[in-house]
Design a protein around this ligand. Structure first.
Ligand code: ADP
Length: 280
């Protein structure tokens, strides 16, 4: 036992609530299957739902793929899965003796989501936390991802049971926090940030979604929800990776399952920052 460990330490951090400096937070990390070769895993998180986490995940995936990387998305938002719809993926995930085959989008991004396993797209997932968490772990472990440069995880919102499982059991290189610019949401950003800190996972920065809206008639920008992300990023000492306006054309592409057609460059620098962080 080292000097910093508490008396009576059994060495089993998984069943201990103490936060001593020797705590082995990595101990619950699960490896993915041996047939997978995933270079980097990035968690896209938000303190609450509805801020555009799935949209940001999808956009970053497409941008990384356009830069020539092999990309997958693990939709860990089990009770609100939206990745298949965004990309117009309707194939069911097939299971064989080795594992689960992910679906592929039109441009070849691999996708795993609970919606690919449900009989009906609109069936609710009425499962308790541990079962949901188990499904996420299974998507990580049993999916035949193959060779990937980046696996983006669309994390469940908040700081509850399931996001905790993602943080504890999947070896994340880092996280990106998505927020909208309201004060209330900014408060919740701090919770997401503190959770990552607690788990010793680097936070690459914040993406502010729904930052502004551009009037189609006069071209003027309006910050309808105010602007708070600069100050919160500064306070937390992390970069503001990008800002995305409310863009009706993006919402339409999501609704039509044609998201890969977008041409905007709102998050190009955020994608570059991820590449920079993972290659440093
Ligand atoms: P979350 O994953 O945080 O719950 P979503 O990404 O599913 O949020 O976004 C919620 C809804 O808002 C979706 O219908 C999505 O298409 C829409 N949306 C998100 N961001 C934008 C944006 N910047 N412009 C237009 N619509 C957006």
């Amino acid at each position: 036992m080292s000097e910093t460990q508490n008396k009576g330490c059994s060495g089993n951090c998984g069943s201990c609530s103490q936060s001593c400096s020797d705590r082995k937070t990595q101990s619950l990390i699960e490896p993915t299957a041996e047939f997978n070769n995933i270079k980097h895993v990035i968690g896209i998180v938000s303190g609450k739902g509805g801020v555009g986490k799935s949209m940001v995940t999808s956009m970053l995936a497409v941008l990384l793929q356009r830069k020539g990387y092999k990309v997958g998305i693990l939709d860990a938002d089990i009770t609100g899965p939206s990745i298949p719809k965004t990309f117009g993926v309707t194939d069911r995930a097939l299971q064989n003796a080795i594992g689960i085959l992910p679906a592929e989008t039109k441009t070849g991004i691999k996708v795993m989501s609970i919606n690919l396993m449900l009989e009906e797209n609109d069936s609710p997932v009425v499962w308790r936390g541990p079962v949901i968490a188990g499904a996420v772990k299974q998507f990580w472990h049993d999916t035949i991802w193959g060779d990937l440069d980046y696996l983006l995880i669309d994390c469940p919102p908040g700081t509850g049971d399931v996001p905790l499982t993602v943080f504890q059991s999947i070896p994340l290189d880092g996280t990106v926090i998505v927020t909208s610019p309201q004060d209330l949401v900014s408060l919740i950003v701090k919770k997401a940030y503190n959770m990552a800190q607690l788990m010793k996972i680097p936070v690459y920065g914040i993406v502010e979604n729904m930052s502004y809206v551009v009037c189609p008639d006069c071209g003027k920008s309006f910050n309808i929800f105010g602007s708070g992300s600069e100050s919160i990023a500064e306070e937390l000492g992390i970069p503001l990776l990008g800002k995305m306006p409310i863009d009706v054309s993006l919402a339409q592409m999501v609704d039509n399952g044609e998201f890969e057609r977008f041409e905007c460059d709102y998050l190009v620098s955020a994608a570059e920052k991820i590449i920079e962080n993972t290659n440093s």
